[in-house]
Write a protein that binds this ligand. Structure first.
Ligand SMILES: [Zn+2]
Length: 462
């Protein structure tokens, strides 16, 4: 295959690519109430139909199944050796126009940058992969292993679109999802958001009495703030020792104790400074009522001395590739009950059942109620597999960048279909533009992505 021809085709196709991307961006494809034939709302349905038509114009055989779309190159269903897949999504997260410098749903070019919701997550990268396949097709290439594009419609709000695909369609041998960062994500840890809770008798009185204690805004964010509010009994004389990162403010008959730290994503607690565990350590030094609240918070304090790897909960562990993290993030205590929500990312060589058992044992021992919610399995594709080698060599050939494959806290779109890995196309060393105001993709990086995807598709289907 002469990739100079491919690269020239892609360069010349850029004006058409931009026109198509602007059309996809024009749909405010945030999940909305279902309508006839539009399970995730009209706008999502519009973006799906547009993307399917774009694949059709290049000669791929398409189907729009409302929950997802399919575009096949070669006879994917009839192939006895199976087929490879590219999985992307056409839904987006909300964009508040007042936070943006441009209309988020009217793609705007400023210099090399194309601004608009979905330009990077995930309309731009998905379209780059379609153009990549089209460039190979235009050069006369016929894949030995058929290739299927799967258009997801509900990645941001529950993955129900691709869940329908998994229930009703044939599964690929493997493939990639252009919905992460370079070079290639070969491992994603398992994810479990679990809650430990307890109830107690409120009782009455006490010279210092807890009204409430709270931290955190979301399960997957290390809290930068935590706060406890107490009532001080009449005539009580109390002193509150000074401590770094802790502020105590007297307000009439109440005292408010606040802890400050540094927020981080729940999958990387080592990049943050957990305000909740500071608060718990401080509260452990105070005597207060109700006794049940005091006992609950003291137990939590003992269990979160290690607020990054879950050692005190008996959850810590590592393997050749990854380290388990556990971050205690969201606390609510008031009246006669309390709960703590933790974000656990467990090592890629483990099964979820192991943690279901460990957590049940922990809850029983401490007298807590456990809610372990949904546990997501880890993903791991070996670096020396044909798939990863085919993708990595494509990336290295175009960019010259020798970054090693990544293992992350999870979870990308690749997790929903076994054998898939996440492959581009955000830069590895910059903060992600996905989900941000003024989301953009550079023309240059989308063109480069298309060149990488063309080589990758060739490598995994030849
Ligand atoms: Zn995405």
């Amino acid at each position: 295959m002469d990739f100079k021809v491919i690269d020239r085709w892609l360069e010349e196709a850029m004006p058409e690519f931009e026109k198509d991307l602007a059309e996809l961006v024009s749909y405010n494809s945030v999940e909305a109430p279902a309508e006839d034939g539009a399970p995730f709302g009209r706008e999502v349905a519009g973006a799906l139909e547009s993307a399917v038509s774009m694949a059709e114009k290049f000669g791929f055989s398409v189907r729009n199944e409302a929950y997802y779309g399919v575009a096949d190159w070669g006879d994917a269903e009839g192939s006895k050796d199976g087929f490879m897949a590219v999985l992307g999504h056409l839904d987006v997260v909300p964009a508040l126009p007042e936070d943006w410098s441009h209309d988020p749903f009217e793609m705007t070019a400023v210099g090399d940058r194309l601004y608009g919701r979905g330009t990077m997550d995930d309309k731009g990268p998905m379209l780059a992969a379609i153009y990549a396949a089209a460039s190979l097709k235009a050069a006369g290439y016929e894949p030995r292993v058929p290739l299927r594009f799967i258009f997801g419609t509900n990645e941001e709000t529950g993955m129900a679109g691709v869940a329908r695909y998994v229930q009703t369609e044939s599964m690929p041998l493997g493939g990639f999802t252009p919905d992460a960062e370079w070079p290639v994500v070969i491992g994603e840890k398992g994810i479990c958001h679990f809650t430990l809770s307890a109830e107690w008798d409120e009782g009455e009185g006490g010279s210092l009495r807890l009204v409430s204690a709270d931290s955190g805004t979301a399960a997957n964010i290390v809290p930068a703030k935590a706060k406890a509010v107490f009532e001080i009994g009449e005539g009580a004389e109390l002193s509150f020792p000074a401590e770094d990162g802790i502020e105590t403010v007297l307000d009439g008959e109440q005292i408010v104790i606040s802890a400050s730290g540094v927020a981080a994503h729940g999958s990387t607690p080592e990049q943050g400074d957990n305000a909740l565990t500071k608060l718990l350590r401080y509260l452990a030094r105070l005597d207060f009522a109700p006794a049940g609240a005091k006992a609950f918070l003291s137990k939590l304090c003992a269990l979160t001395q290690d607020d990054k790897n879950g050692a005190d909960m008996g959850l810590a562990g590592s393997d050749e590739y990854s380290v388990t993290t556990v971050s205690p993030n969201v606390l609510h205590v008031s009246g006669s009950c309390g709960s703590l929500l933790c974000d656990m990312r467990f090592r890629i060589t483990d099964e979820p059942e192991k943690y279901e058992k460990l957590l049940a044992g922990l809850a029983e021992k401490e007298g807590f109620t456990l809610d372990a919610g949904h546990v997501t399995r880890p993903l791991f594709v070996r670096e020396d597999s044909d798939l990863v080698q085919g993708l990595l060599s494509a990336y290295r050939e175009v960019t010259g960048d020798m970054h090693e494959p990544l293992i992350i806290g999870g979870g990308t779109y690749a997790k929903v279909i076994p054998g898939m890995v996440a492959f581009g196309c955000e830069p590895i060393d910059e903060p992600s533009r996905a989900h941000q105001a003024d989301e953009y993709a550079e023309r240059g990086e989308l063109l480069r992505a298309a060149k990488v995807y063309a080589r990758a598709i060739y490598n995994i289907t030849k």
